[in-house]
Design a protein around this ligand. Structure first.
Ligand code: BEZ
Ligand code: FE
Length: 289
């Protein structure tokens, strides 16, 4: 087979990839060819446009290393990460809604005792966080591992300023008590722009979009016999809730970060300055099988 033209080439490529012996690989390859060819036929790129597209993907790859994952950022900003997340969590069945993991999770966070201040002395408005972890039916999950991480009051994560800070901060693992409860102190996070000094930032500019995420605290919760929950809690009233650059906001994940006057905090601590407090009760889905 030869002499392909714009009318015959799609079928020819589809026939070639249909030789894949693995059924799932075959299905994925065929769908990729169908949709990619349909996209090109709709857009009809000029040769310089095609070269620009290859250049964009090449720069995206070159931007990736063990600290920066520009391809995930591309997936996030095109809504693909949230689409994959939605497809994989169709049957939440009473569990807390999920949202994107993002690039700032650090594997194996240090464990802090309940009630600790995890901010490592960072400046900012004190924030008291309390919550609970239960199974979808409401049964408390004692010993659940609650990983938390968030930005500082200027919207930067510790890993983005690791040289200045000299170590990690504003991240921890807490172990829920016998009733599945946990609490800790930290500082209130701010809204922030995702890293936009690379090709994804260039794309956002061309598309007339801002790079901001509304302020939030990330949670990843593990409990025996349950699916790991990856989510955030967003600050009610944030101006970016309706235009999150990665499409990650869900109403069920928005909470008031209540501003409290100085006085006795819920854990008995005497506060000499105003502080915020946040409470969230998480529900985890029992694992299948
Ligand atoms: C984050 O919330 O940390 C995040 C999520 C997606 C892209 C960039 C940052
Ligand atoms: Fe974040």
């Amino acid at each position: 087979m030869r002499n392909f033209d714009e009318n015959s080439i799609t079928q020819a490529v589809l026939a070639r990839v249909s030789q894949a012996s693995d059924a799932r690989q075959r299905e994925i390859s065929q769908a990729l060819v169908r949709h990619l060819h349909a996209f090109v036929k709709e857009v009809e790129p000029t040769m310089p446009e095609w070269e620009a597209a290859i250049g964009f993907l090449t720069r995206t790859g070159h931007m990736c290393d063990d600290k920066r994952q520009e391809f995930i950022l591309l997936s996030d900003t095109l809504g693909v990460s949230m689409l994959v997340d939605a497809i994989n969590h169709r049957d939440a069945a009473g569990a807390t809604d999920t949202t994107v993991l993002g690039p700032f999770y650090v594997q194996g966070p240090s464990e802090f005792p309940l009630g600790s201040n995890i901010s490592d002395g960072m400046k900012g408005e004190p924030l008291f966080v309390s919550g609970s972890v239960a199974s979808a039916d409401g049964a408390p999950l004692a010993g659940a591992a609650v990983d938390v991480w968030h930005s500082d009051e200027d919207g930067y994560y510790d890993v983005q300023q690791i040289e200045e800070l000299g170590g990690l901060a504003m991240r921890a693992r807490l172990i829920a008590d016998a009733q599945g409860r946990f609490h800790f102190w930290t500082i209130k996070p701010a809204a922030y722009p995702i890293p936009h000094d690379g090709p994804v930032g260039d794309m956002l500019k061309v598309q007339g979009r801002h790079p901001y995420r509304p302020a939030h605290v990330h949670f990843m919760i593990h409990a025996n016999g349950h699916d790991t929950l990856v989510t955030h809690v967003f600050v009610a009233g944030d101006k970016y809730l309706d235009s999150d650059v990665v499409f990650g906001v869900k109403d069920s994940l928005i909470r008031e970060f209540v501003l409290n006057q100085p006085g006795e905090a819920p854990d008995g601590r005497a506060m000499t300055r105003p502080y915020s407090s946040l409470h969230y009760d998480f529900r985890l889905k029992p694992s299948a099988g």
